[in-house]
Write a protein that binds this ligand. Structure first.
Ligand code: FAD
Length: 289
């Protein structure tokens, strides 16, 4: 099923993101996680894509499995820097042949080891336009950044660029993680004021090791609010499931729901237990009754 139709049909949409195990790791690990997470009956599950193409096959394989074995609409991520039109067309054809109907169209980070990483696509908007012209009818999601994309000169410019991306044919926006909901609310307002009329789904990082969170937020230009640091002060830096971070995430989700979020997209980090806990302890379950 296409995500644009799910978004039209439901007042609230719940989804999960997973990432493929490294090429050398056993792929069945992710299926054990999905065996548990499927109990949450997500409206869709997204699967990330290695920008270098190293686990491209795995993204298609896992999206196929989500769609056809678990019978959950799959959202396959696809990045376009360093890619040619032929390569993208090949991936689109593979996804279509597996019945995958949804693509998260991304720029991707420029690889450091490639001399000229810009081939046929420069920005995600080029990929959206290419998919729209491909003849395949995918529902398309794009990325949004409540604290601005790190490379954008200003939030105004980033929103202008977001509009180009959506006008090229995107159906919805999923945000980068954020730990302070005020960034999301002010971003959603700016998006609406810019005349961008597609749903903005908040992406929420589920409780992970503080150590990993520190690394991730620094990499993505996401700030850690003082109240998060205070709330999690007693958590050990490498404890994978700390009660305080779970509580913080549950409160963050409940606040978003109370303030009209169209859905919640959980960055599951491939961890079934803590995502099930967050789902059950938050208002998500109640929104789906
Ligand atoms: P773009 O939309 O191209 O934006 C990148 C930068 O270029 C921004 O600063 C933007 O303002 C600017 N820009 C955009 N269009 C224009 C234009 N026309 N003219 C001038 N400037 C422009 N990475 C992966 O490798 N694999 C994944 O699976 C993956 N999944 C993600 C999922 C989500 C929800 C998010 C938020 C990010 C994800 N990423 C993933 C990371 C993403 O690839 C990086 O953040 C990347 O740096 C930018 O991708 P983008 O799609 O936002 O690119």
């Amino acid at each position: 099923m296409k995500i644009r139709d799910i978004l039209k049909a439901k007042k609230f949409v719940f989804s999960l993101e997973i990432f493929p195990p490294k090429p050398e790791a056993d792929i069945s690990v992710i299926y054990s996680t999905l065996d548990e997470l499927k109990q949450l009956k997500p409206d869709f599950v997204s699967v990330t894509y290695g920008a270098g193409g190293s686990n491209r096959g795995r993204t298609v394989e896992i999206a196929d499995r989500i769609n056809n074995h678990y019978k959950i609409p799959a959202l396959a991520h696809l990045t376009c820097v360093n890619a040619t039109k032929d390569y993208i067309m090949e991936v689109l054809t593979q996804l279509k042949s597996k019945g995958v109907e949804n693509i998260m169209a991304l720029g991707g980070d420029l690889p450091k080891d490639v001399k000229d990483p810009i081939k046929d696509f420069r920005h995600a908007s080029d990929l959206v336009a290419f998919i729209r012209k491909s003849g395949f009818d995918f529902s398309i999601g794009v990325a949004g950044y409540p604290e601005k994309h790190p490379a954008a000169p200003s939030m105004e410019k980033d929103i202008e660029n977001l509009k180009i991306k959506v006008d090229a044919g995107a159906d919805f926006i999923t945000t980068q993680l954020f730990l302070d909901n005020d960034f999301f609310y002010s971003y959603r307002d700016r998006v609406q004021k810019a005349g961008i009329n597609v749903p903005v789904i908040p992406g929420i990082m589920t409780a992970t090791k503080l150590l990993n969170l520190e690394k991730m937020t620094a990499m993505c230009g996401v700030s850690i609010p003082e109240r998060f640091r205070t709330a999690t002060a007693t958590c050990a830096i490498d404890n994978p499931v700390c009660d305080e971070t779970v509580k913080y995430t549950v409160n963050q989700i409940n606040h978003l729901i109370k303030h009209g979020a169209k859905g919640i997209h959980l960055y599951s980090m491939n961890k079934a237990g803590q995502n099930m806990r967050i789902y059950n302890e938050s208002a998500i379950a109640g929104m789906r009754k």
